[in-house]
Design a protein around this ligand. Structure first.
Ligand code: MD5
Ligand code: FE
Length: 205
């Protein structure tokens, strides 16, 4: 199936079957063994986010008191980010419509009470490249707005194995994660269950 939303937003429900999700998860768990999850904080007030993060690929998104930016190294260990799992490079080639490979894969780990407030992804200089997002684990209520913070928004449920391609104007739309529905998937092991892992593939520059 394929659900086409406004302005370049495409949802591919169940893109990855259970076996493919398990294989992706093994890659993610291996990656965060080498590049441990850390809890970013917001630049303005130093407030910790309710999610934990890490990255794959030549560049990784980091947040701390100094700001939001892309860095080639892990902010805590100083080591380069692990390379991107081949399955994610294949996904990008299959769905992004972009000829260059992704430079960053942000790994975001949600607990049962984590949320992500309404925001725009604007730390990338590559303004025209799409973002490709993969959901693993418990379902989430995703909110898709428009170009302005007060644009009308709709919510949709993202389930384990779903892929979203944010192309065109939707790449710069306000969006967020309102809530996790704990215990709606059996994919993730402890300590990630109940919870959700989201992977976002991006061009940065
Ligand atoms: C998530 N993560 O489900 C989402 C998926 C993030 C984030 O928002 O920044 O890590 S990425 C969804 C996204 C990216 C760019 C544009 C839009 C959505 N959009 O206009 O809806 O954990
Ligand atoms: Fe975002």
């Amino acid at each position: 199936g394929r659900v086409t939303g406004p302005d370049g937003f495409v949802l591919l429900p169940g893109y990855f079957d259970r076996a493919a999700q398990e294989s992706l998860l093994a890659g993610v768990l291996g990656g965060i063994g080498a590049a441990p999850l850390y809890r970013p904080s917001m630049p303005r007030n130093g407030q910790p986010l309710s999610v934990q993060m890490s990255n794959f690929g030549p560049l990784g998104w980091v947040a701390d008191q100094a700001g939001y930016r892309y860095e080639p190294e892990h902010p805590v260990t100083g080591a380069p980010w692990p390379s991107m799992p081949p399955a994610l490079l294949e996904l990008w080639a299959a769905v992004s419509g972009w000829h260059q490979p992704p430079q960053a894969c942000l790994i975001t780990v949600y607990g049962p009470d984590s949320r992500l407030g309404l925001h725009v992804d604007a730390d990338e200089d590559a303004r025209d490249a799409p973002v490709v997002s993969v959901s693993l684990g418990d379902r989430a209520r995703f909110r898709l707005g428009g170009p302005l913070r007060n644009s009308p928004s709709r919510s949709l449920v993202l389930s384990s194995g779903d892929v979203v391609v944010l192309g065109g104007a939707s790449r710069r739309f306000f969006h967020g994660v309102d809530r996790i529905y704990p215990g709606t998937s059996t994919l993730l092991p402890a300590p990630f269950h109940p919870g959700r892992i989201n992977l976002t593939l991006r061009r940065v520059r």
